[in-house]
Write a protein that binds this ligand. Structure first.
Ligand SMILES: NC(=O)c1ccc[n+]([C@@H]2O[C@H](COP(=O)([O-])OP(=O)(O)OC[C@H]3O[C@@H](n4cnc5c(N)ncnc54)[C@H](OP(=O)(O)O)[C@@H]3O)[C@@H](O)[C@H]2O)c1
Length: 292
């Protein structure tokens, strides 16, 4: 592989987060720039919450072309932007900024990234399907919105804090006129009657990130036609492991991570993202980490 050469004309992009050292985005974004022969670079910036406003101003000062926004800044950042696309206005969160000559516009790529990943890596079309969604946090809003727009028949929303599930249901009704949402209380989630007609299970909660986390679905509730998507990407969750044990189609969050990054790449460069190269870089990096 050619070495990256930073010159006076190198275009800067990156990610603001706190903490940010764990971010995997630099690995696949730089691989994408390199593959497309772009003199661009992507770097992590550790931005403390009290410095976010100044950090956003620095995008203009340094002429940074694009920035991703990660935890904990996705909501707060919106007030410092000059414009926001429709999804950001509805959701109130942004994870991507595009700088056009000092004018900063915010986008959110989670919903589109999830959908592209589901269709391209999962070969699964959500149209007319019944979805069981775990979670009612930031990513649940983006994913539920994307699924509703792609024509699902219904959605069962299950969240530890039931009031938040109710708010997500209201959001779908108000912003998408979608009436086919039902709340499943978290403690009733393993009632076998619920699962018979479910086509797609999506976990958008952080449950599964740790070894001793709550088990979301008992293995006997996974029917063989269901598709399981767990957006957690730091490990194989219990949900993914049970799906694999039963030979059920499934995807983990690494696929969405690449596809939502690909949407940012295209917003910044106006070029098609080299998904294959991005995945190769990401999986190669993870393999090296595991061998260490
Ligand atoms: N693959 C990707 O590209 C991608 C992109 C974005 C996010 N993610 C991952 O998605 C997860 C959620 O992110 P987010 O931004 O939506 O976070 P968030 O807004 O903080 O929401 C967290 C959600 O997880 C639930 N939760 C947390 N701990 C739980 C537990 N032990 N048992 C059951 N539910 C639990 C919360 O329920 P309560 O409402 O009851 O607190 C809430 O619904 C994280 O793991 C994140 O890394 C992945």
């Amino acid at each position: 592989m050619k070495k990256m050469l930073i010159t006076g004309e190198t275009i800067l992009t990156g990610v603001f987060g706190w903490p940010v050292k764990h971010s995997l985005s630099p690995v696949f974004q730089n691989a994408a720039f390199h593959f497309c022969n772009l003199n661009w670079v992507y770097v992590p910036f550790e931005v403390r919450p009290e410095q976010l406003k100044n950090a956003v101003e620095s995008i203009r000062i340094f002429g940074i072309k694009g920035i991703n926004i990660t935890i904990p800044h996705k909501k707060e950042v919106v007030r410092y932007l000059d414009a926001a696309d429709e999804e950001v206005r509805i959701l109130g969160v942004a994870n991507t900024i595009v700088n056009e000559n000092g004018f900063l516009k915010g986008y959110t790529t989670d919903g589109t990234g999830f959908l592209h990943s589901l269709k391209e890596d999962g070969n699964f079309s959500p149209e007319k399907k019944l979805v069981f969604l775990f979670g009612a946090g930031g990513s649940a809003y983006a994913i539920a919105g994307a699924l509703v727009k792609s024509g699902i028949s219904g959605i069962l929303i299950c969240n530890r804090t039931i009031e938040k599930a109710q708010m997500l249901k209201e959001h779908l009704k108000k912003n998408f006129r979608f009436e086919n949402a039902e709340i499943i209380p978290f403690e009733k989630r393993n009632d076998s009657k619920i699962w018979k007609n479910v086509d797609l299970i999506v976990n958008t909660t952080s449950a599964g990130m740790k070894n001793d986390d709550t088990i979301l679905v008992k293995g006997n509730n996974l029917n063989e036609k269901v598709f399981v998507y767990d957006i957690v990407y730091n490990r194989e969750t219990a949900l993914i492991l049970s799906a694999k044990q039963k030979n059920i189609r499934c995807l983990n969050g690494l696929s969405m991570l690449v596809f939502q990054g690909a949407v940012s790449f295209t917003l910044w460069t106006k070029k098609k993202a080299p998904i294959k190269e991005m995945k190769k870089a990401l999986f190669g990096f993870i393999e090296k980490l595991q061998l260490r």
